[in-house]
Design a protein. Structure first.
Length: 673
């Protein structure tokens, strides 16, 4: 490991901009490694080969999925349904309703009911990422056709979609940072949608004209994904048809799929074939499009999962209860797929015909306005948006935190380690790659045992044992880094500028290209969570290795971490967990994970999210768990980028003080602008 002569004098007038360590054309190590991990997970997640083995595994898998998704199952909760209007069609009626899916949460839905007394088989019809949610053309087309063929059909607005958006009547994407904010309160968009849909089945079962023993589920894209999860975990679903949605969990890695299709830590204990197998011996038919543009939903990926799940159906002598059909179509729920759906449901839910294609009966599409449960802009307050829900939950969790007396610091640090999904043994630097000095900067790359490369540029001080500062940021869009570096050099610091996992020289080109219109780190955040890791955890490990390397090799009198935005949170966490830094300067760091408003939801990128962080505590608790580190919050903000000052800052100072008292902390905490 090289040790530099710190007495080398440097001209800092023009050489205060650190140069790149690596060339522009570098391998995408992150993408390659995550894909390799996913491929290995696919191979090792084998299903049992005996019925007894499967029954034991099945129970364990189901419990793990329920826990990890955060789904709430409460069949005894009153449904409290309300009907706001109905539309009489030729042979059926459409009821516009809203009903309770969990305490304080109501979902909007359209209920299609055939004429007559029944009893009728029923289908819950879930929508994907199309405009207008439950009333989208492809979604209501299925409902019209099902009703015309003698099925009760329930179309629910998915969590955060349709009439459940922030502003009633205005569409918004329910995923991204908005949907991911649910993870910070210990929930998930996938789990919350699943909760709604289980309650949808409760509603169908409560209707006197529905045959409770013959309920089906269908949907395309994100709706098909929910069809799979609902059918796997709710055994009241007798037959299901997920459309353009089944693939492999492996194929999600490095894709841009929605967080509504993310099962946190999913690949650490199962593959998609395991979820399909949970439907056995009930019936499932998968429909895929040969022209689907999403690699996640390629027919080839669906067939891999089908092939691995089918032997479980064979254990029950029901091999024919799992099947698939390919269509020469792009992504969507097309007429020929609806024809296949009608034939399959007639076979499985009515016990007639041969399950083959069934011709459609002509129907008329209605406008979104006709099918809306409430007039535009006049939504019942019981129907809350994602941001309203997260704000309410955040306040409840925050109030509980500040009512605590004494806090067991060691226990809290262990729990923080766990929610960051850090490895049991910390990663260490195995190799140091040294490159030619350029423009006064020493250039190196630290290689860790988990194959992280951490490029760093080092500008030594003229003094021996001078203080050192490690500067970490993902970008310098405002051009402040040059000024910051020059200031530290003039003050006599040894300056280290480092690119930690996924940033700067070691950013994943595929991830940033895949993110597209989505917030940065959308692709990597999802991939990490599927594989049982967090970006914050990756950053904590890299920062710890940087500090140790600097302390051993440069022997500074003190070490300061100067980090901004999302990385400042990781620096704060690292300091609390490892107690090996003198000062943390945290620039534009949020003072709380609690959501304060919808506006500015994308101020921070997707790296910020840590599942369950607000159930564990908050930024104030992390600060209090620092033993003796001086913490300086510069230009603090809320989690949506709202400036915190004056009375609001005074309130936060009181909260941080309460946590210091509860933890008996000796750390010094300052707030400056």
């Amino acid at each position: 490991i090289p040790v530099f002569n710190v007495s080398d004098k440097q001209n800092t007038d023009d050489n205060d901009i650190p140069v790149a360590v690596f060339a522009n054309e570098t391998a995408d190590i992150i993408s390659s490694r995550l894909k390799q991990e996913a491929a290995m997970a696919f191979d090792v997640r084998q299903l049992p080969v005996t019925k007894n083995g499967w029954e034991a595994y099945r129970k364990k898998l189901r419990n793990e999925l329920l826990k990890t998704s955060g789904v709430e199952i409460n069949h005894s909760l009153p449904l409290d349904p309300h009907e706001t209007g109905s539309i009489k069609m030729n042979g059926y009626s459409i009821k516009k309703i809203y009903f309770k899916t969990r305490p304080g949460v109501y979902a909007t839905a359209d209920l299609y009911v055939p004429d007559g007394k029944g009893i009728f088989p029923a289908v819950i019809n879930m929508h994907g990422h199309w405009a207008n949610g439950k009333t989208g053309d492809m979604v209501q087309s299925c409902a019209h056709e099902l009703a015309l063929n003698g099925y009760v059909c329930l179309n629910i607005d998915a969590w955060g979609s349709g009439e459940r958006t922030t502003i009633h009547g205005i569409d918004e994407y329910h995923g991204s940072n908005l949907g991911a904010s649910l993870m910070n309160i210990g929930e998930s968009l996938l789990g919350n949608q699943l909760t709604d849909n289980i309650r949808g089945v409760d509603l169908l079962c409560s209707l006197p004209y529905v045959d409770k023993n013959n309920i089906g589920a269908t949907g395309a894209s994100g709706g098909g994904n929910q069809t799979m999860w609902l059918s796997a975990l709710d055994e009241r679903i007798k037959a299901s048809i997920p459309v353009v949605s089944v693939g492999t969990f492996q194929s999600y890695i490095m894709g841009s799929n929605c967080v509504c299709e993310l099962m946190p830590e999913g690949l650490t204990f199962t593959e998609e074939s395991g979820v399909l197998a949970l439907m056995a011996p009930r019936s499932v038919k998968m429909c895929s499009g040969l022209k689907d543009a999403s690699p996640t939903f390629y027919p080839s990926e669906m067939i891999r999962s089908y092939t691995n799940a089918k032997p479980i159906f064979a254990l029950y002598n029901k091999e024919n209860n799992i099947t698939y059909q390919l269509f020469n179509t792009p992504h969507g729920y097309w007429p020929e797929m609806r024809q296949a759906m009608l034939g399959w449901f007639d076979l499985k839910l009515k016990g007639k015909e041969d399950g083959d294609f069934k011709d459609e009966i002509p129907f008329t599409l209605l406008s979104n306005e006709q099918l809306m449960v409430f007039p535009k802009g006049k939504r019942e307050p019981l129907v809350v948006s994602t941001s309203e829900y997260c704000i309410q939950k955040g306040k409840t969790l925050s109030n509980a935190l500040y009512k605590k007396g004494m806090i067991n610091k060691e226990e809290k640090l262990k729990d923080l380690h766990d929610i960051l999904l850090l490895p049991a043994k910390p990663d260490v630097v195995e190799k140091v790659h040294e490159y030619e000095k350029k423009d006064g900067w020493h250039r190196l790359a630290l290689e860790t045992n988990n194959k992280h490369l951490i490029p760093l540029r080092y500008f030594p001080s003229e003094k021996n044992n001078a203080p050192a500062v490690i500067i970490c940021s993902d970008s310098d869009k405002e051009g402040k880094e040059k000024i910051l570096i020059k200031d530290y050099i003039q003050k006599g610091y040894g300056v280290i500028v480092a690119d930690i996992w996924g940033t700067g020289d070691v950013a994943s080109s595929q991830a940033r290209a895949t993110d597209g219109r989505l917030p940065e780190f959308h692709t990597l955040a999802r991939a990490e969570l599927w594989l049982g890791k967090t970006i914050m955890g990756e950053w904590v490990g890299d920062i710890d290795n940087l500090i140790k390397y600097v302390q051993i090799n440069y022997k500074p009198s003190s070490v300061t971490i100067d980090a901004s935005r999302e990385i400042s949170i990781a620096a704060l966490m690292q300091s609390a967990l490892n107690n090996n830094v003198n000062t943390c300067i945290l620039r534009t760091c949020p003072l709380s994970y609690a959501l304060d408003r919808r506006e500015g939801i994308d101020f921070f990128n997707m790296a910020i999210h840590v599942p369950g962080i607000l159930k564990w505590g908050d930024i104030s608790l992390i600060a209090a768990l620092n033993k003796r580190t001086e913490l300086i919050f510069r230009d603090p903000v809320s989690v949506t980028g709202n400036e915190i000052k004056d009375e609001q800052l005074s309130d936060f100072k009181d909260k941080f003080s309460k946590m210091k008292t509860a933890c008996k902390s000796e750390s010094r905490i300052l707030f400056t602008d």
